[in-house]
Every structure is written in C-alpha cells, then in structure tokens.
Design a protein around this ligand. Structure first.
Ligand SMILES: [Zn+2]
Ligand SMILES: [Zn+2]
Length: 79
C-alpha cells in the first residue's frame, strides 16, 4: 500500500511523535501529515512525500487529520 521509502519516513515521524496525535494525543489511526508541499522549480515537479525534512511532517490521528484538511489548505511553496 505504501511506497517503502514512505513507510520508512512514516515510521521515523511516528517514532519521533511517540505514536500519538500531536493535537489530541490519540494513538488510534495515526497518519503523517505534510505541513507544506514543495514544488521544485528547477525540476518542474513536486517533491516526493518522503523527501521532506522532519519538521514539515507531523503525526495526526485520522479525525484531526481530516478536520485539518477541511479547515486549512496545505500551502504549496515553490523552491
Ligand atoms: Zn487527533
Ligand atoms: Zn495531511
């Protein structure tokens, strides 16, 4: 289901956040959220999900994640 590189990155972020949603501390249905999306101007393509630095990735439960996406648009930054 997940690309092996994303699996590894996901594991790293979940571990860093101690397997808890950073908003509500739930440990159920955890997902890793991107705080920004990067468009690489020189390559005319989006950065791959696992290529983001750790501070742009956070652990959220499914419920906080979908609420967050309904409320805020993830900014796309051209780099
Ligand atoms: Zn949550
Ligand atoms: Zn997200």
């Amino acid at each position: 289901m997940f690309h092996p590189n994303w699996k590894a990155k996901r594991k790293e972020i979940l571990h860093r956040d101690m397997h808890r949603c950073v908003h509500c501390s739930s440990d159920k249905d955890l997902q890793v959220h991107h705080r920004q999306y990067h468009f690489i101007a020189s390559e005319q393509k989006f950065r791959l999900p696992w290529e983001y630095p750790g501070h742009l990735l956070i652990t959220l439960c499914e419920s906080c994640h979908s609420k967050g996406h309904n409320k805020y648009k993830v900014p796309t930054i051209t780099i």
